[in-house]
Design a protein around this ligand. Structure first.
Ligand SMILES: C[S@@+](CC[C@H](N)C(=O)[O-])C[C@H]1O[C@@H](n2cnc3c(N)ncnc32)[C@H](O)[C@@H]1O
Length: 270
């Protein structure tokens, strides 16, 4: 992905969350992912259902979704499980859409929406039973600070689950460049995630390699985009449609070659 500053990425997400509310884009999302919240991660509905189980969400539990976008998957998890939910992200457009959706859906539990940096969560310590973030750490530079901030707000006995896309280790410099170019904006890390988690006070209960599922999701997205090309072009224009196809094609190749990988981590405070 082209080199952009965090501020430029925020502006890019601001536009994408608005654009993803167009009926044609929602139709694509429903076919590819089984949801229509305006998702920008690679978490599909099956994965969101798995997150609910892993976090043992239920009425009365309090979930924090960091990098919540326009409400996926946090609002779905709250709607399905009956838990309370706090959504945090930086782009306001997504949070406004999420707040409206929470009202429209008449969520069974409480819902709070906050514009905040995940590295500086505006909550008291030990106040969440569960934390979730989907492909968020690979979209920001301050990975360590976000994990530390999550650690501060999780209560003892709580759980954090997250997906993240990362570059395979031990690659040649050409493969490394190709993986980074095909990955999300801040896919590079100095420290591997299991080490970073240990250093920020988290125990890894389980890490599941979901690279194969990731490749299938990209293929599915490419197919649905082709089937619904006319509708998509009417929203995003022909150039952006073509750019999206070629970006997903390079991503699919990198993921199929396993130089770009995705994992789901289930963790608990150490
Ligand atoms: C791949 S998107 C996932 C969004 C949403 N959860 C979904 O599944 O569609 C990554 C999100 O991380 C957010 N993000 C990036 N930097 C952040 C930060 N410092 N604090 C909180 N969120 C951040 C982005 O704004 C973006 O909405």
């Amino acid at each position: 992905m082209a080199d952009l500053t965090p501020e430029e990425h925020k502006e890019r997400f601001e536009k994408i969350y608005l654009r993803n509310q167009a009926p044609a884009m929602k139709s694509v999302e429903r076919c590819a992912f089984g949801c229509d919240y305006g998702a920008t991660s690679w978490a599909n509905r099956d994965e969101a259902d798995e997150l609910i189980k892993l976090l043992e969400l239920a009425p009365g539990k309090r979930l924090l979704d960091v990098g919540a976008g326009s409400g996926w998957p946090g609002l779905y998890m709250a709607q399905t499980s009956g838990c309370d939910i706090a959504l945090v992200d930086v782009p306001l457009s997504g949070l406004r859409i999420a707040a409206e959706r929470a009202i429209e859906d008449n969520l069974p539990g409480e819902c709070w929406v906050a514009a905040a940096d995940g590295a500086y969560l505006p909550f008291a310590g030990d106040c969440f039973d569960a934390i979730s973030h989907s492909d968020v750490l690979c979209c920001l530079i301050e990975k360590r600070a976000v994990l530390e901030s999550c650690r501060r707000v999780i209560r003892p006995g709580g759980r954090m689950v997250f997906s993240v896309i990362y570059v395979e280790s031990g690659l040649s410099s050409d493969e490394y460049r190709r993986a980074v170019a095909a990955g999300p904006p801040f896919v590079e890390t100095d420290t591997r995630y299991p080490v970073l988690l240990a250093e920020t006070g988290w125990n890894v209960i389980a890490e599941r390699d979901v690279t194969a599922e990731f490749a299938s999701m990209i293929q599915r997205q490419l197919d649905v985009d082709r089937e619904q090309r006319d509708g998509m072009e009417s929203v995003m224009g022909a150039t952006d449609y073509t750019d999206r196809q070629s970006s997903y094609e390079s991503k699919f190749k990198a993921v199929s070659d396993r130089i770009l990988r995705r994992s789901l981590f289930l963790t608990a405070p150490a």
